[in-house]
Design a protein around this ligand. Structure first.
Ligand SMILES: CC(C)(COP(=O)(O)OP(=O)(O)OC[C@H]1O[C@@H](n2cnc3c(N)ncnc32)[C@H](O)[C@@H]1OP(=O)(O)O)[C@@H](O)C(=O)NCCC(=O)NCCS
Length: 180
């Protein structure tokens, strides 16, 4: 198994792996992807091929691509100019999981970060993706932020079914004025 930067000829295999990843994550998505979302991601992979601040890494077994990872230099914080590597689209073909491919891809991304003088790597993972959470923790990542989400209806049901918590509903339907 060899990890290298992807080339144009790897994009079909990357599209198949993206299908695999989308299927694996479909049940956990909060928001439904808009039509054409996959094409947008594939365009991002293509753009990464010529971008010195991006790496689409592929793991190759013989002439078959069995895994990939996308790394991009970004400025993730709204209050800092510090750069970080955003790691996404990490997926290994099911037939070769647990054989070190994910680890090898992540090593390539960590080396890319060092080459670009970037200290930190960030990624998002669905909390329900227990296998991936264990994988990320095994290779050194720690959770630093948790995104909570609920439908407004669920929140209202929960709050309004708690009789002790009700104070006044006088503002419940008045929307704050929006100023341009
Ligand atoms: C998560 C994923 C990329 C891991 O890739 P992998 O090639 O199977 O991982 P590796 O074989 O390199 O595992 C490295 C270490 O991570 C841990 N690990 C990996 N998969 C694990 C699992 N399912 N359960 C527990 N620990 C796991 C182990 O400690 C492992 O070391 P070991 O093999 O010495 O025990 C792969 O399972 C995958 O493609 N999952 C579906 C897509 C996905 O969820 N991507 C991540 C989105 S954030």
């Amino acid at each position: 198994m060899r990890v290298r930067a992807a080339a144009e000829g790897d994009l079909d295999a990357a599209a198949e792996l993206l299908d695999e990843l989308d299927a694996a994550q479909a049940a956990w998505r909060v928001f439904s992807p808009r039509p054409g979302h996959q094409d947008e991601v594939l365009a991002r992979y293509k753009a990464a091929l010529d971008d010195p601040d991006s790496l689409l890494a592929v793991a190759e077994d013989g002439d078959r691509v069995m895994g990939m990872a996308l790394a991009r230099v970004i400025v993730p914080s709204s209050f800092s100019d510090e750069r970080a590597i955003e790691l996404s689209s990490v997926v290994v073909h099911p037939s070769v999981r647990h054989t070190g491919v994910g680890r090898a891809l992540t090593r390539a991304v960590a080396r890319f970060a060092g080459d670009r003088g970037v200290e930190r790597i960030t990624l998002k993972v669905f909390a329900a993706n227990r296998a991936a959470v264990r994988f990320w923790e095994a290779v050194g990542f720690v959770p630093r932020a948790v995104q909570y989400t609920a439908t407004a209806d669920d929140v209202l049901v929960r709050i309004e079914s708690d009789p002790g918590a009700e104070t006044s509903s006088s503002t419940s339907s008045s929307k704050p004025a929006h100023r341009e």
